[in-house]
Design a protein around this ligand. Structure first.
Ligand SMILES: Cc1cc2nc3c(=O)[nH]c(=O)nc-3n(C[C@H](O)[C@H](O)[C@H](O)COP(=O)(O)OP(=O)(O)OC[C@H]3O[C@@H](n4cnc5c(N)ncnc54)[C@H](O)[C@@H]3O)c2cc1C
Length: 585
């Protein structure tokens, strides 16, 4: 594989300094020990590991995925030194407080640093992301014993963590979790049940794997209100020893992407000796898990951006050197062929990819920054905006990133359809992002059915104010600013209409086109980013300014008008699939 920049550093710099002024976060007490240089150093260190070590190993890791050997998962030997390099970046605990071993780094900076790692190898990065989320759950809700025993080792990357939610009968519907936890007089619980798709659920990179697992305490109420959260180590701590905790690997999922990270079927308690420790209060498992899932959704959104970005850069390099055909109107058949970038249709595809990648990147940095402001003080609207934008930040890069990845294959022509070229691999990698951490359909229902209408539309009102700030900043681009204002008004009016339909008892009519509503909202949200980017880009680098403004022009002219069609579908509650009898299919 040729070298790949993974991201355009000019975009990262534009977002870091001009668009979001991340160094200004140091004005908040939580981030006060940092300065611009420390933020930049974190991003730079991750970028170097991503480019020099992680990306060059991508193909080797993909060709030899983890194997099950005598009941244990064995990873590619090359992953061992890579994991150590990743761990030495000290990113797992980076956003967490100093008292628990963190660096109090803004999530927005962390998100930019990890973007490079995900672009280099989403699966290999996955060990870190999962461990961070699992350790954070223990930090937030665990008792002193759990915090002392597991959290520091996980934050240091000596042990890794998982989120063990899914069961064969409980995927999107976690209310159907059936793993049972039986209390014992000793204070721990005995767990019994089957989990599936558990990423990083076993490996030989570290001495231990700590599962943050959902289970139902024996006799708990049915449904979501009876689900609790447990800490279930693969090996439990007994004195100075680590003792097998009866967590068996019953299968390795043969995935089509994310090959460096094993996803496993696990059995808890086949020998009735799987001990779990309750995290927090009984029956609060889903509420706690949402903390981790919301963080994980931002991570998945960034994965979508990163996977589209690495493919975009590959497509640009390929298109620049692939000679084929002659310009429209060329008369001389003996003239040498031109690089395919000379064809407007190829440039159309490249620009569309870039508009999705950089627009998505801006949305992810914005959402992460709202998380920083919401958690560490500053902006009163930030919490509302974080809640509203999270499903969009998760699903837009997954869905439209997949289109961008498909365009990278298309630009390669027949070569893209072969495994000799890397673009097909990223198309496979990207597909996961619309499935895990909640499918797109589930997020659409959540956005329209809950987040957009909660609190009398308080989050939408906050969003409307944020849009006006951008319109003021981008006032020089008067047409785009006006179009963004009209698009915002459409979202507000449409949401009111659909909410009224729901309040009137027609929740099916309200939610029938929830996925179109999500698409519409995301299209407006990305136009918002493009106005911001176009306003902020300086002319220090004329080519970068030109391509940034070309992306904005593309989004406003080509993508934004789609919202009228989508709104019409939502309004009419078009029923072709609603009324479809599955027996007809
Ligand atoms: C590679 C990989 C890694 C994973 N890693 C983990 C992990 O580390 N930990 C973990 O716990 N899980 C993990 N998962 C599981 C993942 O979170 C689930 O696959 C996901 O939640 C969907 O569940 P499901 O596969 O059972 O699909 P289903 O829930 O059966 O969904 C199938 C389809 O039906 C739709 N659907 C389902 N219910 C509804 C509804 N109520 N309304 C509308 N549409 C609906 C969905 O949108 C989807 O299109 C992983 C999955 C994969 C593939």
């Amino acid at each position: 594989m040729r070298d790949n920049p993974l991201f355009d550093d000019r975009d990262i710099a534009l977002l870091f300094d001009e668009v979001f002024d991340l160094p200004a976060l140091t004005a908040l007490p939580y981030f006060a020990d940092h300065d611009r240089a420390t933020f930049a150093a974190v991003i730079d260190a991750a970028r170097r590991v991503a480019r020099a070590a992680l990306y060059p190993a991508y193909r080797a890791l993909a060709e030899q995925p983890p194997r099950l050997v005598d009941g244990r998962v064995v990873v590619h030997p090359q992953l061992h030194p890579l994991f150590r390099q990743l761990r030495d970046l000290d990113l797992i605990a980076a956003p967490r407080p100093v008292e628990v071993g963190g660096q109090q780094l803004p999530l927005a900076v962390f998100t930019l640093a990890t973007a490079y790692l995900m672009a280099a190898n989403a699966g290999a990065y996955g060990y870190l992301g999962l461990t961070q989320g699992a350790a954070h759950l223990i930090e937030a809700f665990g008792d002193a014993h759990l915090r002392a025993t597991y959290m520091p080792r996980m934050y240091r990357g000596e042990w890794t963590g998982t989120m063990a939610l899914t069961e064969p009968q409980a995927g999107s519907s976690l209310a159907d979790v059936a793993t049972v936890a039986t209390p014992t007089a000793a204070g721990h619980y005995l767990l019994r049940g089957a989990k599936i798709f558990i990423s990083g659920g076993d490996h030989d990179l570290t001495d231990n794997v700590v599962h943050l697992a959902l289970a139902r305490i024996a006799g708990a109420p049915a449904g979501i209100k009876g689900v609790s959260l447990f800490c279930v180590p693969r090996r439990r701590v007994e004195g100075d020893a680590l003792v097998d905790n009866d967590v068996a690997v019953t299968g390795v999922i043969h995935k089509i992407g994310w090959k460096a990270l094993p996803s496993l079927a696990l059995a808890f308690g086949e020998r009735d000796d799987c001990r779990g420790w309750l995290v927090g209060e009984p029956h609060q498992g889903i509420r706690y898990m949402f903390q981790m899932m919301n963080e994980a959704r931002i991570m998945v959104g960034m994965n979508g951006v990163a996977t589209a970005s690495v493919a975009y850069h590959e497509a640009v390099a390929y298109a620049r050197e692939r000679p084929q055909g002659r310009p429209l109107g060329a008369k001389d058949p003996a003239a040498p062929p031109v690089a395919i970038t000379a064809h407007a249709d190829v440039r159309r595809m490249l620009l569309r990819q870039r508009a999705i990648v950089v627009g998505g990147l801006a949305l992810l940095v914005r959402t992460s920054r709202y998380a920083d402001l919401a958690h560490h003080g500053g902006d009163g609207d930030a919490g509302l905006l974080l809640d509203l934008l999270t499903p969009i930040a998760k699903t837009f890069p997954a869905e439209r990133g997949f289109e961008a990845n498909a365009l990278a294959v298309q630009i390669h022509g027949g070569y893209g359809y072969s495994s000799e070229y890397p673009v097909e691999a990223w198309l496979r990698e990207q597909k996961l992002n619309s499935i895990h951490e909640g499918t797109t359909g589930i997020h659409a229902l959540d956005l329209l059915g809950r987040r957009a209408v909660a609190g009398g539309g308080a989050a939408l009102a906050a969003w409307s104010r944020a849009i006006d700030q951008t319109r003021a900043r981008g006032a020089a681009d008067a047409t785009w600013a006006a179009e963004l204002g009209a698009a915002r008004d459409l979202v507000l009016a449409l949401t009111r209409e659909l909410a009224a339909r729901g309040l009137g008892g027609d929740s099916e009519g309200m939610l029938a086109h929830a996925t179109d509503y999500l698409d519409l909202f995301a299209t407006v949200a990305i136009a918002w980013q493009w106005l911001e980017l176009a306003a902020a880009v300086t002319d220090r680098d004329p080519a970068h300014r030109a391509v940034t403004r070309a992306c904005a022009a593309y989004w406003f002219a080509t993508e934004l008008p789609r919202i009228h069609h989508l709104a019409a579908l939502c309004r009419s509650a078009e029923r072709s699939f609603v009324d479809l009898d599955p027996a007809w299919l």
